[in-house]
Ligand binder design. Structure first.
Ligand code: GDP
Ligand code: MG
Length: 316
């Protein structure tokens, strides 16, 4: 199909169509192409061709949906999970890639992300699961309603109020990320607000008084010097009501990666998390760290653990 004389939007959509990996993506590209293709007589065949492809894909998708095949297998929720959400083009996938080192598709076209994308990142050796999701209004309601923490990423202040109608039911803690701080021209109905280093704090204070529900972070993902990634990770970690428990074998170094337990967990629960049924076989258990009176204190199954404890036990 000759497309060199088509609009740049058409050409871009066509290129994306060929690179697409899912039918949802192909359909979205075709929609743009159908809109962009000229309506005059000479392009009649081209329009027919596009419409046919579009219809076929739509039908295939509807069939698969009906039969329950295809679609995303359920995501198994990890101990700590955070879900990215927001309006199209706010920078969700860019942040996802920055945090995980993965390569989710980033593009200036809205609705590039069609399915939840799973990744992980580490904060002080603890694994945090992060999910990139389709933008409002195609957001994944069940994910948003079941997750611990939501990262709401906006590139325009008006989007805060707009977002609320999509997430007000979610019981999660919300971290609001204001992105593209140098690029506020993106806001349609808003005066051109530039968030410079100097007035960042003022804006944060202003937001805090207006929207009490959120924790704030103002970032510019495209500008790595300014991106306080570690601070953001720490903030995310701080939203989880969990403690980190390290395990060790006698005479050996503690594990590098902690086990993640709910606040208030006992030694018995930690042991059971390592291996079901093991707590009945424990001969002697010891603890080092914040919950111990002294390093290597011998403890019983009911001992309540604290963040960063190290536990060790021997079995019968
Ligand atoms: N200026 C600027 N552009 C960004 C930033 N983050 C993402 N973008 C651009 O915004 C567009 C949409 O980004 P994407 O991550 O795909 O947004 P999503 O739809 O929310 O997943 C892309 O063209 C990105 O290159 C940022 O921090 N600053
Ligand atoms: Mg995306």
């Amino acid at each position: 199909m000759a497309s060199t004389n088509q609009s740049p939007f058409y050409q871009r959509a066509e290129q994306e169509y060929h690179e697409a990996t899912t039918d949802e993506e192909r359909i979205a590209c075709l929609e743009i192409m159908m809109k962009e293709v000229p309506k005059h007589k000479s392009s009649e065949n081209m329009r027919k061709n596009l419409t046919n492809r579009y219809k076929k894909l739509k039908e295939g998708l509807a069939k698969r949906k009906k039969s329950g095949k295809g679609g995303q297998a359920g995501i198994k929720k990890a101990d700590m999970q955070v879900v990215l959400t927001g309006f199209p083009n706010s920078g969700k996938s860019t942040l996802f890639n920055t945090l995980t080192g993965l390569n989710a598709k980033v593009s200036p076209h809205p609705f590039t992300t069609f399915q939840p994308q799973l990744g992980t990142f580490k904060f002080e050796e603890a694994q945090i699961q992060i999910i990139d999701t389709p933008s409002f209004p195609n957001h994944d309601k069940s994910l948003l309603n079941s997750t611990d923490t939501i990262l709401l990423i906006i590139d325009c202040l008006e989007q805060i109020k707009e977002s609320e109608k999509y997430i007000y039911r979610a019981p999660a803690k919300i971290i609001l990320i204001i992105n593209k701080i140098e690029d506020y021209v993106a806001c349609p109905n808003q005066s051109n607000l530039q968030i410079s280093e100097g007035n960042k704090r003022k804006i944060e204070a202003n937001l805090k008084s207006k929207f009490k529900k959120y924790d704030y972070q103002i970032i510019d993902i495209k500008n790595p010097e300014r991106l306080e990634l570690e601070k953001l990770k720490e903030k995310i970690f701080g939203t989880f009501p969990v403690i980190r428990i390290y395990t060790k074998e006698p005479k050996k170094e503690p594990s590098k990666e902690p086990m993640i337990m709910k606040v208030g967990s006992t030694f018995e629960e930690a042991a059971e998390k390592i291996l079901k049924g093991i707590s009945k076989k424990i001969k002697r258990a010891r603890v080092w760290g914040p919950s111990s009176k002294f390093g290597g204190q011998v403890i019983g199954l009911e001992h309540v653990l604290k963040d960063k404890d190290v536990i060790e036990f021997q079995t019968k």
